[in-house]
Design a protein around this ligand. Structure first.
Ligand code: DC
Length: 221
């Protein structure tokens, strides 16, 4: 039984869950776990070692031995800042591929649970509420339509000065979502006990406020 309060926020790519989860963690003074970053780090580390993203045994070995840490906004791998490198579209695809491998997921499980520390944790990903923190008192399934998510990702890339093609982004998001939903282990799905937060018409602050309002109800129960 985990006594550390955990807010689990799951949802598809580019739904805004990272930004919302971060905002909720900040408002409550909780720790924050970006679990997708661990899959991205695994894909990056495996690629740098010349491994194929489909080599389950070897990639799981990389995941188990990942020399990575979160230092505020900075993500460090093998001693170097990889905060931007893990956000590339290529590594996003690699993360989705390695995340479909059961041995990789198993290798990262305890590490993710280790982030649950007092006074609490906000964790975002695909299986926070179902597998990693099944006893989380608050589970949120945060989503938005594919068109809205593609438009947000497009704006993000343009904002970073990168080339972006809306049609390609939409197709890529759909392929990645399909893989995340169809895999046999920990598929992306709304849990029966997760509250649905559709952010199509919501700004970040409103979405954060909604999660905080749900949390106040849970915390009083
Ligand atoms: O949230 P993100 O885009 O950074 O996640 C990258 C990939 O990792 C995505 O394809 C889904 C996968 N992932 C996962 O399978 N389970 C998680 N808890 C988090 C991410």
């Amino acid at each position: 039984m985990n006594l550390v309060p955990v807010i689990a926020i799951d949802g598809p790519s580019a739904s805004g869950k990272g930004t919302v989860a971060h905002g909720v963690a900040e408002a409550l003074g909780f720790h924050y776990l970006d679990s997708g970053a661990l899959y991205r780090l695994t894909a990056l580390a495996a690629g740098r070692r010349g491994l194929s993203w489909d080599d389950e045994v070897a990639v799981a070995g990389v995941a188990a031995a990942l020399d990575a840490r979160f230092d505020g906004e900075t993500i460090v791998l093998d001693g170097a800042d990889v905060s931007s490198a893990i956000r590339s579209e290529d590594i996003g695809v690699g993360a989705s591929r390695v995340a479909a491998l059961p041995a990789v997921r198993a290798a990262l499980l305890q590490r993710q649970r280790g982030y649950a520390r007092m006074p609490g944790l906000v964790a975002d990903g695909r299986d926070m509420g179902s597998v990693v923190f099944p006893e989380a008192p608050l589970k949120v399934f945060l989503t938005a339509s594919a068109a809205v998510r593609a438009a947000r990702r497009y704006q993000q890339l343009i904002g970073r000065g990168e080339a972006a093609d809306l049609a390609a982004i939409t197709a890529d998001l759909e392929t990645r979502d399909a893989r995340d939903r169809a895999r046999s282990v920990s598929p992306l799905a709304q849990q029966a006990d997760a509250l649905l937060l559709d952010t199509d018409g919501l700004g970040i602050a409103e979405a954060v406020d909604q999660v905080l309002a749900w949390w106040r109800v849970k915390a009083q129960a």
